[in-house]
Design a protein around this ligand. Structure first.
Ligand SMILES: CC(C)(COP(=O)(O)OP(=O)(O)OC[C@H]1O[C@@H](n2cnc3c(N)ncnc32)[C@H](O)[C@@H]1OP(=O)(O)O)[C@@H](O)C(=O)NCCC(=O)NCCS
Length: 174
């Protein structure tokens, strides 16, 4: 492996298209509660609108030579963005500040997992999020059935808060 970590700009998010779509398929394959919700989730419906509506975005890709083998996407958004027609992700009254941080999408290709790449990307994301003085609350949303990811985040200091959408998503918080 000859790995390179690159922070990319919002103009280049299409570099994440294939991996984002793989992430949705991966999550569907793990889910046992309403997996069909993933059928309408893809790069165009999830990542593009999220990047547009957030206040700040941070996207890191990992390349093995020229092949993109992983990415992480984090953002800072107004807390109101998390109460919409789809779901209320958390009780807004429990967040004092106006904005929240979120590690929103995370995917390492099969064959590249368990080598510490995810930990590097996770740490880069947390370091980025920590620079915002107006953010005190950090969230990660894990879809049902993805126990490995849930345990990964718990091992990094996040706490399981509650489930939403009848258990479709588990909300983790820090
Ligand atoms: C979740 C995910 C991003 C983690 O990335 P990763 O590169 O596998 O993570 P790491 O290798 O850094 O860490 C995974 C585990 O391996 C261990 N590990 C780290 N380096 C290691 C090494 N060199 N050798 C063996 N194990 C190692 C870590 O301690 C960690 O264990 P922990 O979860 O008990 O802390 C990745 O598995 C993934 O993309 N999964 C599929 C998509 C997914 O579930 N995304 C999350 C959606 S919410």
């Amino acid at each position: 492996m000859n790995l390179k970590y690159e922070v990319i700009t919002e103009d280049n998010i299409s570099l994440c298209r294939d991996l984002c779509n793989e992430l949705m398929a991966f999550q569907k394959s793990k889910a046992h509660i309403t997996p069909e919700r993933f059928d309408s989730m893809n790069f165009e419906t999830r990542m593009v609108p999220s990047v547009k509506s957030a206040i700040h975005n941070y996207i890191v890709i990992v390349k093995d030579v020229e092949e993109i083998v992983g990415y992480v996407y984090s953002n800072v958004s107004p807390k109101e963005a998390y109460s919409n027609d789809f779901a209320t992700f958390f009780d807004l009254s429990t967040v004092k500040k106006d904005n929240v941080g979120c590690l929103s999408q995370f995917f390492i290709k099969d064959g590249y997992r368990q080598f510490g790449i995810g930990s590097v990307l996770f740490n880069m994301s947390m370091e980025w999020l920590r620079q915002f003085n107006d953010v005190e609350d950090y969230f990660i949303y894990v879809s049902n059935g993805n126990t490995e990811a849930l345990e990964f985040y718990v091992s990094k200091g996040f706490t399981v808060s509650h489930d939403i959408l009848d258990g479709f998503i588990t909300v983790l918080r820090k």
